[in-house]
Design a protein around this ligand. Structure first.
Ligand SMILES: [Zn+2]
Length: 79
């Protein structure tokens, strides 16, 4: 079993919010929370990063973990 997939998880927010992405440093819609769990047991949360769509998808692609926003995008119609 891969330690990467056990210890690094990308969660998708039900509602995006506009604030500073902790990866690229730009104010953007935040789609993802990237959780880091302890390497020994993968059961305790060490910390997390809040990521914009681009950064979340890049990190997900690099690490080979899921970061899909398909079901988020469909649900929002403003105005
Ligand atoms: Zn970003």
């Amino acid at each position: 079993m891969s330690k990467v997939q056990d210890c690094l998880k990308i969660e998708i927010f039900a509602n995006t919010s506009y604030r500073k992405c902790e990866c690229c440093g730009r104010p953007k819609d935040i789609y993802f929370r990237f959780n880091v769990k302890d390497a020994d047991t993968a059961s305790m949360l060490v910390g997390s990063f809040e990521l914009c769509k681009d950064c979340g998808q890049q990190i997900g692609a690099i690490l080979g973990i899921e970061a899909s926003i398909e079901h988020v995008v469909k649900e929002f119609t403003f105005g």
